[in-house]
Design a binder for this molecule. Structure first.
Ligand SMILES: NC(=O)c1ccc[n+]([C@@H]2O[C@H](COP(=O)([O-])OP(=O)(O)OC[C@H]3O[C@@H](n4cnc5c(N)ncnc54)[C@H](OP(=O)(O)O)[C@@H]3O)[C@@H](O)[C@H]2O)c1
Length: 308
């Protein structure tokens, strides 16, 4: 598995991360098998959030991990906080951040998180409060590194004014079907397509300039959890191109869609959400493939985009 160095963060992380949002679908034994399998495939990095399955995903992982024979330091555990479904608010207050981490640690049965991400922007956030929470979590040894998710460049800039710790990740949606992250520069100031709208404040180049690694969530999904685009009859041209390009590199269509993301020079990580060991092993093959420029563009165009 291709490893990456994270600037100001972990020395070596896998290009593909195991997302645990769907883990409540597994029993504890099956979860332990999946964790072990992921680790043996080189995926030593697991992405959580306090809200996945209402906390059930972290609980399942915590129970299962002790059955794997792995040591805590063998893996990187990342979790997120700040979404409060019961209150119908997003909350980046000091109290919420601290209490959320305490809950995650308890459920994951660990005394530290490697990485904490703020999950989605709290419209009422006060950067001083975030800074106070991060200091407390770092000083107590409960969190080693910090980042954010679904956050635009200027929020990074404002937080950087107050937060001492480097912000090392932005976890955002990116896939062949949801490719807004890369589309906009093609049509910059052109009025003929809504691809020209800059929705994210130039996040991709901002992250590259500032050594922030982008983690791509839902790499195979249509919209937000609309099912996979692979083998989806609504995407015939894309599936034909994934099959053709995939065959050339010995990749399945799903793995070719992951290789498309990993080929981008921004060195993004992919957060894969499969709970199926065979699917996971299949996706891992993408990490060793390097698509040519022409094959990458072939896939991009087949996903419904066009060049000016
Ligand atoms: N930061 C955020 O706001 C945010 C939002 C959403 C998700 N996330 C993170 O991103 C992770 C991934 O999200 P996701 O689960 O939506 O992503 P995904 O990897 O695009 O989708 C996984 C789904 O695709 C299915 N699938 C079917 N065939 C597959 C194949 N051949 N290979 C792989 N998967 C196949 C999986 O089913 P099987 O299990 O049967 O393979 C699973 O239901 C989550 O676990 C979470 O950690 C973050």
């Amino acid at each position: 598995m291709k490893k990456m160095k994270i600037a100001n963060g972990p020395a070596a992380v896998p290009a593909i991360v195991q997302g645990c949002m769907r883990m409540p679908a597994l029993g504890t034994d099956a979860a332990a098998e999946l964790i072990r399998c992921a680790y043996e495939l080189g995926i030593s990095f697991f992405d959580h959030a306090n809200i996945y399955g209402g906390g059930e995903a972290e609980t399942r992982f915590g129970d299962a991990f002790s059955m794997t024979g792995l040591k805590r330091e063998d893996v990187i555990l990342q979790s997120k906080c700040g979404i409060c479904p019961a209150r119908k608010v997003f909350d980046w207050s000091r109290e919420e951040i601290i209490s959320s981490v305490e809950g995650s640690l308890k459920r994951l049965k660990t005394d530290y998180l490697d990485v904490l991400l703020l999950h989605r922007p709290d419209l009422l956030y006060e950067p001083e409060e975030v800074a106070a929470a991060f200091d407390e979590l770092e000083q107590s040894g409960k969190v080693r590194w910090f980042g954010m998710s679904n956050v635009p460049p200027m929020m990074f800039e404002l937080l950087k004014k107050y937060v001492k710790q480097p912000l090392i990740f932005d976890q955002v949606q990116f896939s062949m079907e949801q490719s807004q992250l890369i589309d906009q520069p093609l049509f910059m100031n052109n009025k003929t397509t809504d691809m020209s709208f800059m929705r994210d404040g130039g996040l991709l180049d901002y992250c590259r300039l500032n050594d922030i690694t982008i983690q791509c969530w839902s790499p195979l999904q249509v919209g937000m959890f609309g099912g996979n685009f692979v083998d989806n009859p609504d995407y015939p041209e894309l599936n034909a191109a994934l099959a053709e390009v995939g065959e050339k590199y010995g990749l399945s269509k799903s793995a070719a869609a992951i290789a498309f993301i990993l080929r981008h020079p921004a060195n993004m990580q992919v957060i894969a959400g499969t709970m199926n060991k065979e699917h996971l092993a299949d996706l891992v093959s993408a990490a060793d493939a390097r698509l040519t420029r022409d094959d990458w563009y072939k896939l991009y165009l087949a996903s419904g985009k066009f060049l000016p």
